[in-house]
Design a protein around this ligand. Sequence first.
Ligand code: PEP
Ligand code: MN
Length: 471
Amino acid sequence: KPPRSLAKPTPYAERMNSPQAGQTRGRVEAPMTLEWPDLAAAQQPPWPDPIALEESLSQLRKMPPLVFAGECDQLTDRLAAAGRGEAFVLTGGDCAETFEANTADSIRARLQTVLQMSVILTYAASLPVVKMGRLAGQYFKPRSKTIETRDGVEMTSYLGDAVNSLEFEAGARRPDPQRLLQAYHASGSALNLVRAFTMGGFADLRQVHAWNQDFVRDSLAGQRYELMARDIDRALAFMQACGADPDEFQRVEFYAAHEALSMDYERALTRIDSRTGNPYDVSGHFIWVGERTRQLDGAHVHFASTISNPIGMKVGPTAAPEDIVEAARVLNPNNIAGRLSLITRMGADQVRDKLPAIVQKVDASGVPVVWICDPMHGNTRESASGYKTRLFDDVVSEVEGYFAVHREAGTFPGGIHVELTGDDVTECVGGTAGVEDGDLSQRYETACDPRLNREQSLELAFMVADMLIKS
Ligand code: PEP
Ligand code: MN
């Protein structure tokens, strides 16, 4: 097979100095001309004080953008390559970011994990990897239950740090619109650090060993990674000796993604791009509509259809294929490649049954989509010890099923979307380190869903790389 490669990325300096970038930068206007129809919006936080909410929103409307339109367009191009089977998307990060974990150490560890996974995939499968983090904005959570009950005491469920606090205490669970501003600022500082890390030498390919730090280095996956990193070093040394030292080895493109859940927050951060006249949601590069809010006639789908960012929609096992075709038409009416990703999350036991009809109907409709597999959200279960958990084997099995379905349909497996952290947590069961049910209490730190730890993440990357080679 000929090697698949992405069009050469435009170097950062050139991008930022191009006349187009110059036209966009610093001239982003408030969304005066945007009007939002009054559609039903599921899963909106029950703000108790509308005046305080409006105060926060009016401040948000004046805030500078966190991302630029040109960056979003660039991501659309990258995703288009994944849709053609010429690149692979890797999205990873927390289920729910928290203000407390918005620290340099935590962000670096998550970034390192995604960079390591990306190197494994790139090196093994000779495929460019489009890197995204569930970060710098993943502060809102949809919930199956609006009320949480513990020992007979009822409280508003935790709805994400942008709304209320995880602490099971009445004051802490009261939705506070000041938190919207805090979420914006936390996102800005996280993204600033990510930009510094990815542009400032930390993501230099010559640092591949340095990302393999701490506990993970001694693990099986860490050792396997170390061997691969040695090969990469040798290849880099060879290229340098030949006089090649391309910009792409020193910096990486890294994009911020989150679920667009609060319509108030996302609308307040939507701006008309002065260069093109198109609206962009400047809260993040890529935003997606969740499984619980993808009603065709609802506010979320309409919102996503309005903005020009690349967008995603989660697709679960109860989805009717015709509805997904209709949603694809609504979300990508101009058939732009890379604009729409369908993030399927069927569950290991249903992916082989439910995914084929959806893939086949959407493919037949002619609307271009990027097929991404989220092997986490269809595989959540309660452990014997009472923790919400996921089995590593289920995660792997769903990805395998996803590859098999696309191979059969003749469509491209475009990427994976996983919940992970850079730390040595014990939230998902399995993997070669053998996290067991009884270990879950040791380091169960997630604010919402269970995440793969660093070792499990690397292990998954090696397995997905093998699947890619065979696909
Ligand atoms: C999530 O991604 O954390 C989530 C809630 O997913 P879904 O909408 O697929 O359930
Ligand atoms: Mn989740």
